[in-house]
Design a protein around this ligand. Structure first.
Ligand SMILES: NC(=O)c1ccc[n+]([C@@H]2O[C@H](COP(=O)([O-])OP(=O)(O)OC[C@H]3O[C@@H](n4cnc5c(N)ncnc54)[C@H](OP(=O)(O)O)[C@@H]3O)[C@@H](O)[C@H]2O)c1
Length: 303
């Protein structure tokens, strides 16, 4: 048997949803030659050039997955500097550090770089036009990251998981508290299970570990089937009720975005066309429904 050198990969923002999903899959990644080295914000602030250099020099890696981000879409409208710092400055500093050391950078980005008016799933080379501060700063981060050699940007959307804050957890809390809820029904997107994103990233990196080609540039990975927030809420409540996590399904009313004003405007149709990634990896595991079932299973009280 030939000795396969493990591919060492730094994961920034490891305390977040995707960072925790990658950390949980680290033992599985090792079996494919990918050795993930997670660093939370406390361990590595991507906005500190000295800290980034220290980390990369002390523990050399072949690739960096940057999951660190400022993700509070509405709060970003009031805190543009904080969003700019983590979403644009951080990726620029990482790109510089990666360029100097010949490291592959994978930057995670968002469907919110689009304005949602296309009326069809977005391809990687479609024109971007973010509607808010979060999307603008993430787009700046993409451009900065692509300055590193063969860098990749993986855009995703509507991330949910067992970890951290997300729409699914909010719905379960509100569903337990309230008899009735109104949820926006004129924004379409693909809920994406963070562990499914993590598995895609590991599959990409496993190619590098075996010396297979991994072209740089932008890739899309969004969950399917596409739903509105209202449709996602319906699925959450039905499944949570079936699994005994809710005693009853709350009455749901579909409303428009205009009836639920938020600080940041969001794209009306943020679906992502994932065919480039599919051509690279083969079948994609992007159906969000098994992810929803897994999160609900994990929330069941252990007897
Ligand atoms: N969540 C979504 O629905 C969604 C949708 C589309 C794309 N994305 C993208 O997917 C990626 C992962 O998102 P996520 O849901 O895992 O986000 P998350 O749960 O908010 O986690 C982001 C993590 O990054 C950390 N962070 C922020 N600034 C940092 C810095 N300067 N240095 C180091 N760490 C820093 C945060 O720490 P603190 O908590 O201490 O700030 C947090 O632990 C991000 O690029 C995001 O833009 C997310």
């Amino acid at each position: 048997m030939t000795d396969v050198q493990p591919l060492r990969v730094l994961v920034t923002g490891a305390g977040g949803q995707l960072g925790q999903a990658l950390t949980a899959l680290a033992p599985q990644a090792r079996t494919t030659g990918v050795h993930l080295l997670p660093a939370s914000r406390r361990e590595l602030d991507i906005c500190s050039p000295a800290a980034v250099a220290r980390r990369l020099d002390a523990e050399p890696v072949a690739a960096v997955i940057n999951t660190a981000a400022y993700t509070a879409v509405d709060r970003a409208e009031a805190e543009p500097e904080a969003a700019e710092r983590s979403n644009a400055l951080g990726p620029r500093l990482l790109a510089e550090a990666c360029r100097e050391r010949g490291i592959r950078l994978i930057q995670i980005s968002t469907d919110y770089v689009f304005d949602g008016t296309k009326g069809m799933p977005y391809a990687e080379d479609d024109a971007t036009h973010p509607l808010g501060v979060y999307g603008c700063t993430k787009l700046a981060g993409e451009r900065a990251a692509l300055g590193a050699p063969d860098a990749m940007v993986l855009r995703t959307g509507w991330v949910f998981s067992e970890f951290g804050h997300n729409f699914l957890h909010t719905m379960l809390r509100l569903g337990a508290e309230r008899e009735a809820l109104a949820v926006v029904d004129d924004q379409l997107g693909g809920p994406t299970y963070a562990p499914a994103i993590a598995r895609v990233l590991i599959r990409m990196l496993a190619r590098l570990a075996t010396g297979a080609e991994l072209p740089g540039g932008i890739y899309h990975f969004g969950g399917a089937p596409a739903v509105t927030w209202y449709g996602f809420a319906q699925a959450i409540f039905t499944a949570a009720h079936q699994q005994g996590l809710l005693t009853r399904v709350p009455a749901l009313t579909p409303i428009t975005s205009a009836e639920y004003p938020t600080a940041a405007a969001r794209p009306a149709d943020a679906r992502l066309d994932c065919r480039r990634l599919q051509a690279l990896l083969g079948t994609l595991d992007n159906d969000w429904r098994p992810g929803l079932a897994a999160v609900l299973e994990a929330r069941k009280p252990r007897s």
